[in-house]
Design a protein around this ligand. Structure first.
Ligand code: SF4
Ligand code: MG
Length: 338
């Protein structure tokens, strides 16, 4: 059966004066109807560029999608005309970002912004019906007295409430896929949990697929079905969320799990584990496992050849030499020696 979204070997490079930044370098994943998938990694790992590539919003120049496919309902988004693209963007695929203020117009009432969005994507609906739909959406995302609050301007809402408005707006056109890029990073912990809970319950109720982009593996548990861990422009591990927590394969994933701030330790023990070293500079990266300078299990082969992905469990893959068989390692090393 066809997937709602299928990203195949996507490559997005930035051609800078300093060299080629391979921000996204050959990533593949699928998302099905109603499924929630997380893209997790430190800043600069390529997760936001992946999002922008899916929507074809990569700033160009210097950015360029140099390869791969982004199949949405079987059609390659990378090959659509601008007109066809408009029919998908904000309509079938919606996005929300960290700071809703950047996407909301401060000078327009929420009612105006929401009804305009709905009318833009739906020619057959009256203004009155669009307003009614907007109120219903605000109700659905838990805004109290929505028929009153819809008359307000963005600054009259708290950060958490604004993010709820954004979610309502994003889903008001019955989007099939919601891409949420660090949607709760700017919010305090309690509100974060409420917003994630809201996204999860809407996804279940409306069968909306969700891609959650986050640097915090801690917010993924209980929220996402599948996790893709990204490092230096590639997916280094992909697994069902519970499986990833129980059996992390890649040393980077292990580090991420150990660096998740433990709620029970907050305020008691501030010495939280964190991964030593910095993410690599991805400009003109030589062939190697880019994690090797930070990896306590690095071997000779890791310094010279990128590890091929191997299956380590059901739906569980990792790109790490530790899980490749001896012959594959020997062959790779022999090639380097040539
Ligand atoms: Fe560590 Fe080597 Fe695996 Fe990279 S390939 S994560 S350096 S063991
Ligand atoms: Mg980002």
């Amino acid at each position: 059966t066809a997937h709602l979204l299928e990203v195949k070997d996507l490559r997005t490079y930035f051609l800078t004066d300093a060299g080629i930044v391979k921000a996204v370098d050959g990533i593949s994943f699928t998302v099905d109807e109603g499924e929630t998938l997380a893209l997790v990694g430190e800043s600069g790992c390529g997760k936001s560029v992946t999002n922008l590539s899916i929507m074809r919003l990569v700033p160009s120049p210097p950015g360029k999608i140099v390869g791969g496919e982004v199949l949405f309902e079987g059609k390659d988004i990378l090959k659509l005309s601008e007109g066809e693209l408009r029919g998908i963007r904000g309509n079938k695929i919606s996005m929300i970002f960290q700071d809703p203020m950047t996407s909301l117009n401060p000078f327009l009432r929420i009612s105006t912004q929401m009804t305009e969005t709905i009318l833009l994507h739906n020619k057959d609906i009256t203004k009155k019906a669009a307003l009614q739909k907007s109120i219903e959406m605000l109700q659905l995302v838990g805004i109290p007295s929505p028929e009153k609050r819809i008359r307000n301007y963005p600054h009259q809402f708290s950060g958490g409430m604004r993010q709820r408005v954004m979610i309502a707006m994003a889903l008001s056109c019955n989007a099939q896929l919601l891409i949420a890029d660090e949607p709760t990073t700017a919010l305090d912990v309690t509100i974060q949990a409420q917003i994630l809970e809201l996204i999860k319950s809407l996804s279940t109720k409306l069968r909306t697929a969700v891609i959650l982009i986050t640097h915090d593996l801690g917010v993924v548990a209980g929220m996402c079905d599948v996790v893709c861990v990204m490092y230096a422009g590639r997916i280094v591990e992909k697994a069902m969320t519970d499986d990833l927590y129980a059996n992390p394969a890649h040393p980077y994933t292990e580090g991420l799990i150990n660096s998740v701030p433990r709620m029970d330790l907050r305020g008691k023990d501030e010495r939280l584990f964190s991964i030593e070293g910095q993410p690599p500079n991805v400009i003109d990266l030589p062939p190697c496992c880019p994690f090797h300078p930070r990896c306590h299990k690095a071997m000779d082969v890791c310094k010279h050849v990128y590890p091929p992905a191997v299956t380590v469990g059901t739906g569980h893959e990792t790109a790490c030499w530790l899980y490749n068989d001896e012959q594959t390692v020997a062959d790779a090393l022999a090639k380097v020696a040539e």
